[in-house]
Design a binder for this molecule. Sequence first.
Ligand code: PSU
Ligand code: MN
Length: 304
Amino acid sequence: MNPSNLHMLFSPEVTQAKAAHKPIVALESTIISHGMPYPQNVDMARTCENIIRENGAVPATCAILSGKLCIGLDNEQLEYFGKAGPSVAKASRRDIARLVATKADGATTVAATMILAKLAGIRVFATGGIGGVHREAETTMDISADLEELARTDVTVVCAGAKSILDLQRTMEYLETKGVPVIGYGTDELPAFYTRTSGIKLDCRMDTPAEIAAAIRADMALELGNGMLVMNPIPEDMSMDAGYISQAIDLAVQEAKQNGIHGKALTPFLLGRIVGVTGGKSLESNIALAYNNAKLAAQIAALI
Ligand code: PSU
Ligand code: MN
């Protein structure tokens, strides 16, 4: 037996899916506890799971509960992570061992969810946006652990690009250096989360889930060991006005600076302030793009 199994807990649905070799899509829990307010976060999480089921795959929301690496949560557990919000630890790679050892709870980031997915044999993971190189990282050195994880853990992450709370150009440079393939789904440009475009060109465009699945299979066959990013633009009808959202983001970034927010608290602070500044409008877009990513991830997983 793999020694990591001692620390893992699979939900009945995921256990059955594994036995039947059904496609499985991982989902993260930091987006629930630290990325959105209650109760919209729980509703979003449940709907993402249902969209994955409707598209022929099985959802596996990942989190740490009483020190167990949970692959698949039931409704009660989802509700717990949604209600608890930021009082639950935001768990990235560095936090996993201590949370397991102390039998504590943690909401897993993109980086940590990739690790749990990999341990569980899951290849595809859907989320909203990834962490990246923060603005002014040249002085703060704030670069998300998500980027390192994408370089070293072979799980494919479907997202809607990154929010411009980050320095998008530097984020792309970092990914290039680290050898992470970045695929634009039906686009030649990096999507900027709330908007379909960013002005930053991508080298790789694919137009079907089958093409993406083939790239994942090739990466696996060659044992390259890296993760991949699929950048899926927000649906047109839910995208936001670029000028409006960029003003809101600038304001949030300024407030974070004034308040001396840094480290793991920075991203959740910015996400919360953007929802506040836009009067909840950004939350609707955020939820819509999460659904869009869940659907694409299920379609890809079914073809691997
Ligand atoms: N970006 C979003 N929504 C999110 C996050 C990022 O648009 O919910 C969360 C994800 O869990 C991501 C984490 O992995 O924030 C990155 O945090 P940090 O920048 O501290 O690495
Ligand atoms: Mn950081």
